[in-house]
Write a protein that binds this ligand. Structure first.
Ligand SMILES: [Zn+2]
Length: 201
């Protein structure tokens, strides 16, 4: 269940000299409080979306919401609003999401860079995850490398989800029969996205 809604942060409180209370006609007793609303999810502020205000007469305690302000109060509101910045923490959720996206893209770029490195310089023990013709996934493990070819043993198992490949990548699942590929073939498999991951310990 997602719990979300809006909450407010207090920005400023000002006593107003000019306006007269619409209820008791006292002048100079109205206090205006400014707030900025933000959307929250599980009480984590996501982003602010609007400012609002409420006024209270210090004499008769009559309060007025922003939507009922007369022109005089609206003018005071605009003046105070100009000098009241909302707190940065109201952007926490957006900042957090931006950080996660930045980290995710950094990590995935790093993965790609590593894979190209591994592909260019294959090493014994490298495990390649690949897409099989029927759409399942399996792996092969490099056992030796020559100038232009790699030799490997195939995994006897396959699995239908790429994210579960780690479940079949076990020592005892590899057969003894060795096969080989030219490095250029390995390159084109990678370029065709038939190789989806290269794991090096
Ligand atoms: Zn009043």
């Amino acid at each position: 269940m997602l719990i979300y809604g809006t909450r407010s942060a207090h920005l400023a409180t000002k006593k107003l000299q000019r306006p007269t209370c619409q209820s008791c006609n006292t002048k100079g007793e109205i206090v205006m409080g400014l707030y900025r609303k933000h959307v929250h999810a599980f009480w984590i502020p996501l982003f602010p979306y609007k400012k609002t205000a409420v006024s209270e007469c210090g004499h008769c305690k009559h309060t007025i919401e922003k939507k009922e302000f007369n022109e005089e109060l609206n003018e005071e509101y605009r003046r105070i609003k100009e000098h009241s910045k909302g707190p940065v923490w109201q952007f926490s959720g957006l900042l957090l999401i931006a950080l996660l996206i930045a980290y995710g893209s950094y990590a995935s770029n790093q993965d790609k860079a590593n894979e190209l490195l591994y592909l260019g310089q294959p090493e014994v023990g490298d495990v390649y995850s690949y897409v099989m013709e029927e759409g399942n996934y399996s792996t092969f493990k490099i056992t030796s490398v020559s100038t232009d070819s790699v030799f490997f043993i195939l995994n006897d198992y396959e699995i239908s989800r790429a994210s579960k490949i780690y479940k079949i990548n076990k020592e005892e699942n590899y057969s003894d029969a060795e096969a080989s590929l030219a490095k250029s073939e390995l390159d084109s498999m990678y370029k065709n996205n038939d190789i989806i991951d290269i794991i090096r310990d």
